[in-house]
Design a protein around this ligand. Structure first.
Ligand code: ACO
Length: 271
């Protein structure tokens, strides 16, 4: 299946949905039209049996140059508060949807990533960047604070001093620095980026999908909980996961203890 919508391109191959921001001429800036399309694309892919992992990337030289300063800010502001709030709902809505997506998600940051781009960057469970990519909280450079969640993303992912420097200075950093500062898992040459992401995606495809969803949600949820609440949440989350998949863990134990066909410390059981 391949969809080439005006602002978002997408195709599914080998269990992976490759979704790409598709406004290369505008450096994949997020316009209201793009935000609406992205929600539709996420909707159409989320529960498909042939999709196990979603990769979010960008066409051309950008991942995303953030919000579209003309279409998202200037034009919606002429529509008054109702227009502004609608545009915010559309943007924040698909980022939230992505944060709690049914399938594991990977940001493949191929180029520019600014401001509002940090919303979907954080929404993706894992992130890999090209060394050549450039990241920036550029809001300060045009006179606003990093809104739309961007400041929150910075303090969630980076140590305090780095987050503060990044937000106040408006200096872009490259992929390597973004990896050192915690914005992405790894940075590697652009030419090697897709292959690395494909390898990670295939490893995820080999795991129990119910356990993957429970785990990705747990990592996000427990970050905000005190220890005892986290412990309780995790017990209940595992029990809830069992109600969707009661066989998986028994099979995982059986293949290790009885069959001795794999070692859980070193890889996944055979689904
Ligand atoms: N909003 C609207 N249009 C944009 C945006 C954007 N965020 N980013 C790029 N474009 C447009 C440009 O206006 C230009 O349009 P035109 O061809 O009609 O003149 C086209 O995309 C190409 O942009 P260039 O600046 O020529 O591309 P270049 O590769 O030289 O530079 C860069 C790329 C560094 C990303 C530059 O475009 C830029 O600084 N963009 C703005 C980044 C930014 O600060 N985004 C907002 C973050 S804050 C927030 O999201 C809330």
């Amino acid at each position: 299946m391949s969809q080439d919508l005006e602002t978002v391109a997408c195709h599914v191959a080998d269990g992976i949905a490759w979704v790409r921001f598709n406004r290369p001429d505008k450096r994949n800036a997020m316009s209201p039209a793009l935000n609406r399309t992205m929600m539709e694309v996420l909707d159409s892919l989320e529960f498909r049996d042939d999709v196990g992992v979603l990769v979010l990337s960008g066409e051309g030289t950008a991942w995303s140059a953030g919000m579209d300063l003309k279409e998202y800010f200037r034009e919606t502001e002429t529509q008054g508060l109702g227009g502004v709030r609608r545009a915010q709902r559309e943007a924040y809505g698909w980022w939230r949807r992505l944060r709690w997506y049914q399938k594991p998600t990977i940001a493949m940051v191929n180029g520019w990533c600014f401001g509002g781009g940090y919303g979907p960057l954080f929404a993706c469970d894992l992130a890999f960047a090209a060394d050549e990519a450039m990241f920036g909280l550029s809001e300060i450079n045009w006179g606003i604070l990093p809104g739309g969640g961007a400041t929150k993303v910075a303090v969630e992912l980076m140590p305090f001093r780095k987050a503060m420097y990044h937000a106040l200075m408006g200096e872009p950093i490259d992929g390597k620095t973004a990896a050192e500062w915690g914005l992405v898992n790894e940075s590697l040459p652009l030419a090697a980026l897709e292959e690395r992401v494909r390898t990670v995606a295939h490893t995820l495809l080999g795991k129990n999908p119910v356990a993957l969803k429970a785990t990705k949600d747990a990592v996000r949820r427990v970050a905000l909980m005190p220890y005892d609440e986290a412990e309780d949440y995790l017990v209940r989350a595992q029990e809830a996961a069992n109600s969707f998949d009661s066989q998986g863990r028994q099979e995982g134990i059986r293949q290790f203890i009885d069959e001795k066909s794999y070692k859980p410390g070193l890889g996944a059981y055979d689904k």
